[in-house]
Design a protein around this ligand. Structure first.
Ligand SMILES: *Cc1c(COP(=O)(O)O)cnc(C)c1O
Length: 412
């Protein structure tokens, strides 16, 4: 998408606004599929939590993707979007047995990540095939908020607990049909990923009736020029060879599954915000936009760096700016950014705004969440309306009758 079409869309739908490029999503999907074309049975399950708008889910279903879900609500969203139950895998962490049973009753693939629930579920429902989430204890780089495979992580069943796991499976006679790992969102090093995969293969040998091995996700996409990105093609070549070898050893053509979120949608998203105020202080020039971390929290939450450009004045002279939001506490999108000269009313574009942006938006400061638009075949389609004041009050219960008579508090 070029800045001209983005600017037009901002004029048509107003800002703040999320715009997603369907073509980019589809080309990323094809790129990943292509990288693993040497595998007979490949399954990509889009991680719904990255961007869960129902129209995006429909696009994923249309592309032939499955769905990775982490809550019962995401399972229901997926079913509402047209996914068949068997195309959905439910990979929660620390949820109740009841929620897992509810998902299972809807017919989706269950993935269990702790021994307590495994034992309970297996005792009650020995006939339901279950996938288990393994923690291979591999640090796949990145910061500790998003590397989830290491020793102190809350995710997955530790490989050191395999004997206990096998005892539960044996005693309950439950059927394990898949094994899974998800080592976090920052795989910088393919060799680290392959190393973790070996642990998964080794674990897989303990189970006789597997249908699939799920390698999770964590593919890295570039956020700015010079960023490292996962070399999907190289990973594809190396893991395909190893996976096919393993299937021979195992004696069955297993399905190789991934569950990418960021890889599929990050770069497809653009966040557009209007500049309210340009404020010169003694030390910097602030550009304050009609948005904040209520709409895009990644810079404040993870220190993520989203590239920012001025699409209203793309050819202007570049100056240094601090781009900030309107939330009444520190709310910085980017400091010391070189951006072409900004005037009040200009539209700024934040790149990589597809993954974990709208899906983490809130109504903090009682602001409306942004609208969302899908750009498909050269046309802009509204896929989420802008909120209204009604949305802010919805579900609030106004107990005004409690406070009708004035309280007698002496104020003198
Ligand atoms: C969040 C998540 C993903 C997606 O991770 P990305 O880094 O966005 O690709 C995949 N699997 C599970 C279990 C997740 O929780």
């Amino acid at each position: 998408m070029n800045s001209l079409s983005l600017l037009k869309i901002a004029k048509q739908f107003d800002a703040p606004l999320y715009v997603y490029d369907a073509e980019k999503i589809s080309s990323q999907f094809k790129r990943l599929t292509n990288a693993f074309k040497g595998v007979s049975n490949l399954r990509l399950n889009y991680a719904a939590k990255a961007l869960s708008n129902i129209s995006i889910l429909r696009l994923m279903d249309h592309l032939g993707s499955g769905l990775d879900t982490v809550s019962i609500q995401e399972v229901k969203l997926g079913l509402t979007a047209g996914f068949k139950p068997e195309s959905i895998i439910y990979t929660p962490n620390g949820v109740s047995l009841e929620e897992i049973e509810e998902a299972s009753a809807l017919g989706v693939q269950i993935n269990i990540d702790n021994l307590s629930v495994l034992e309970q579920f297996g005792s009650k429902h020995p006939d339901v095939p279950v996938c288990i989430r393994i923690n291979p204890h591999v640090m796949a780089g990145g910061n500790s908020n998003i590397s989830v495979g290491h020793i102190d992580s809350k995710f997955g069943i530790s490989i050191h607990q395999i004997p206990h796991l096998l005892r539960i499976v044996d005693l309950t006679q439950m059927n394990i049909n898949g094994i899974h790992m998800h080592t976090g969102s920052d795989i910088l090093d393919i060799d680290v990923f392959l190393y973790a995969s070996e642990i998964l293969f080794e674990t897989a040998k303990n189970f006789k009736d597997l249908d699939f091995i799920d390698f999770g996700s964590g593919f890295k996409v570039p956020y700015k020029a010079g960023d490292i990105e996962t070399n999907i093609e190289e990973l594809g070549r190396k893991l395909t060879t190893r996976f096919n070898e393993f299937c021979k050893e195992y004696g069955k053509e297993l399905t190789l599954a991934f569950e990418p979120g960021k890889f599929l949608v990050s770069e497809a998203g653009h966040f557009l915000a209007k500049v309210n105020v340009v404020k010169q202080t003694t030390s910097t020039v602030f550009a304050s936009v009609d948005s904040g971390f209520n709409h895009l929290i990644r810079p404040m939450l993870y220190g993520a760096s989203h590239e920012i450009s001025n699409i209203s004045n793309p050819k202007g002279r570049e100056r240094y700016y601090s781009v900030v939001g309107y939330i009444c506490e520190t709310d910085t999108f980017g400091s010391n950014r070189r951006i072409s000269e900004i005037s009040e009313g200009d539209i700024l574009c934040f790149k990589n705004a597809g993954a974990y942006c709208f899906s983490m938006a809130s109504n903090y400061n009682s602001r409306f969440r942004p609208a969302e638009v899908l750009w498909h075949n050269g046309k802009a389609h509204l896929i989420r309306k802008r909120e209204t004041f009604h949305d802010i009050l919805r579900n609030q219960v106004d107990v005004k009758e409690l406070f009708e008579s004035p309280e007698k508090i002496a104020t003198k």
